[in-house]
Design a protein around this ligand. Sequence first.
Ligand code: ZN
Length: 179
Amino acid sequence: MLDPKAQEEVRIKALEYFKKAGIVLSKEERDKGLEIFDYNTGDFFEIGTVIVTFINTERYCGRFIVFFPGQCCAEHWHPDVDVNTGKEETFRVIYGQAFAYGEGRPTKDIRAKIPKGREKYYTSRCETILNPGDQYTIKLNEKHWWQAGPEGVVALEVSSPARDKYDLCTDNTLKVEIY
Ligand code: ZN
């Protein structure tokens, strides 16, 4: 877990990326709206992300997402919760380059660098390379993950409701901590 000083540094750094992407956040979002998603692996800059959720209702969700250079998320999926089906999400790149992975025919030499020793937890290897203006949709219950290229990535995500605490990771020892 990042200590409060490190959390603050991450938030300041993420704001620079929003600026580079030309995304204007409200003062409230800048002050209190940046959520740090940490998987508690001990290296946030390897596996983690920063998210601003500007709407999340019972029916839909809208977010901006920052990945720092080379940073990825854990491979995960969004299961059905009670009567609600899992989350379907579309990720659209605004700034930088992202490597997106979903289920399907595996790409031979993927561009992403899987965190060392964690190869077995990144099973979806069907690659799509996304530049600004490109978007990618994850189907229900599909295992997926992303990694930022060398410039980092800022993306817009639109989806059905986000219920992050129910998300499941391929490495089931990982837990999403949000702060
Ligand atoms: Zn997801």
